[in-house]
Design a protein around this ligand. Structure first.
Ligand SMILES: *Cc1c(COP(=O)(O)O)cnc(C)c1O
Length: 402
């Protein structure tokens, strides 16, 4: 016997970020009323009749038919992330790069022009220049923080503005509000890769961006387990343009990975707060170490856009980088003497990772473009995790003495 539900559902539009991170998007099966989100490892869904199957296919964005289009676990992750970013809708993808490709393929066509920050993820530059370039899409790269340069790069056929802020690895900041006004005037879609801050620290849609891109692989998972991505934006763009592309082309997120991200989002706020604090402490300490030429972190007073960062972000983020006076030799020596930091390509993990960008993440960028972006041979990036700051400092100190 079933009694009528007596409790009302909460009004999610009125709830705080911390609450949304653990509650938004959750849906329970009528039969089991499971508390934690269920993992729907099924490629397809059944219908009670041929008529219902026909009806399902006619409204593929609403029901569940086949997991290339929609899956309940993936939908829960999408709804939770949309709520956190303050967007109307979200589509999850198999990786962060798949999210960027999907956004571009859903929006652009041959003959279109893109204005892109010079300081974006290495693979993003490859994607715009090498791959989309083959399909007649041209891209102009501009300085992230030079708002006038965005205006000057606009052409008649400009359809997309694309940037990351803070940038990888130099933590440059873009004025999202100012650039959104230029994009609007140019009638270009404005997409912001919010990988480094996550909605816990920065919400680009509320600052005027049209679309938020995520590599969920990083802080949304937060524990270095699975690869995935997401696109958040208006209902018109996400359901009208992105969903039909994903349904057809298939860069879909798996239910298992979506479930891992749902669990990751529950601790997002706590992790971002603590990891940002740890990063700031290490950045301030590095500024005083011999052999260190310059430290980059938005929370530092020496950061050229410290005031903008304070306005736009709740904290500086967990990524910092610094240049060593001794160039590549000193950088390799520092990295090799650490015992705790992981030498690995990932970032956004609870475990601190250390990277030499020039020879790893940015190795496919031409030396000229690398130089223009400020990725020198003495540059080291640290994505600070949840270890004790005391332990991290002692892990680094051996490589900082001359
Ligand atoms: C890692 C990363 C990507 C790509 O994401 P994947 O999940 O590795 O495909 C895109 N943008 C930024 C800023 C990243 O750090």
């Amino acid at each position: 016997m079933k009694s009528k539900p007596i409790r009302k559902k909460p009004d999610f539009s009125k709830l705080a970020l911390e609450t949304l991170a653990v509650r938004a998007g959750t849906r329970r099966t009528a039969e089991y009323q499971e508390h934690s989100e269920a993992m729907f490892l099924t490629s397809s869904f059944c219908f009670d009749s041929a008529e219902l199957a026909a009806d399902g296919f006619a409204h593929a964005d609403q029901g569940f038919i086949y997991s290339r289009f929609t899956n309940p676990t993936v939908s829960m992750f999408q709804d939770r992330l949309a709520a956190l970013e303050g967007g109307e809708a979200c589509i999850a993808t198999s990786s962060g790069m798949a999210a960027i490709l999907t956004m571009a393929m859903s929006h652009l066509q041959a003959g279109d022009h893109v204005v892109c920050s010079r300081s974006v993820f290495g693979a993003t530059i490859q994607l715009f220049s090498t791959i989309l370039g083959r399909f007649g899409i041209t891209t102009t790269y501009v300085d992230l923080s030079d708002t006038k340069a965005w205006q000057n790069a606009v052409q008649e056929n400009t359809k997309l503005f694309y940037l990351e802020t803070p940038s990888n690895p130099l933590t440059e900041i873009a004025d999202i509000k100012a650039i959104s006004k230029i994009a609007k005037k140019a009638q270009a879609l404005f997409a912001v890769d919010n990988c480094f801050c996550t909605p816990a620290l920065q919400r680009p849609l509320l600052l005027g961006a049209d679309v938020v891109i995520h590599s969920a692989t990083k802080y949304l998972d937060g524990q270095g387990r699975v690869v995935g991505g997401a696109i958040v934006g208006s209902n018109d763009f996400i359901m009208g343009k992105v969903f039909p592309y994903v349904r057809t082309a298939g860069p879909t997120l798996s239910a298992f990975n979506a479930w891992v991200f749902l669990k990751g989002l529950e601790t997002l706020e706590l992790r971002m707060k603590q990891q940002s604090q740890n990063a700031l402490e290490i950045a301030q300490w590095l500024e005083k170490q011999p052999g260190v030429e310059r430290v980059y972190h938005p929370g530092l007073k020496s950061h050229p856009q410290h005031a903008l960062a304070k306005r736009q972000q709740k904290a500086g983020g967990a990524i910092l980088s610094f240049t060593l006076k001794g160039g590549k030799k000193a950088a390799f020596k520092l990295i090799n003497q650490t015992k705790l930091c992981s030498i690995t390509a990932n970032l956004g993990d609870t475990r601190t990772t250390i990277t030499h960008p020039a020879t790893t993440t940015h190795c496919r960028v031409s030396p000229e473009a690398r130089k223009a972006a400020g990725i020198t041979d003495g540059l080291v990036r640290i994505a600070v995790g949840l270890e004790s700051v005391v332990d991290l400092k002692s892990d680094l100190i051996g490589g900082l003495k001359k």
